[in-house]
Design a protein around this ligand. Sequence first.
Ligand SMILES: [Zn+2]
Ligand SMILES: [Zn+2]
Length: 125
Amino acid sequence: MAIRPCTGCHLRFVGPASTCYSTILDGRLKFEAVSKFCAVCWSALETQLLQVDAEIKPDVSFDYTAEQPCFVCHESVKNRSPQSLFATVYAARSERRDFFASLCSGCRAPAEVLLKAPSWAQETS
Ligand SMILES: [Zn+2]
Ligand SMILES: [Zn+2]
């Protein structure tokens, strides 16, 4: 099994990576990242995503118009120039999973950090 550094924490790990393709859209500026996470980093990001019910389950119709709290600060994004965050994750030993979350305009920078280095972002918050 290959030993490689995790994109999130930069520590080397053994075993399959969880690959996360993430995008943040605000109509103009696009953020895109492809990360290869170790188990610790992926579970840190997964926790954040599940806290805001971001997972799009294949057998459940996802209501994109439902009001979601901000992915980072968990406050309402209403009237705060919400941005959309999409993530597709091929987690180690599991099926593809898709996530959609809202983001208030003030949380764009921390969200980008979270998507790149979830375990560090969590420690400092
Ligand atoms: Zn890591
Ligand atoms: Zn926010």
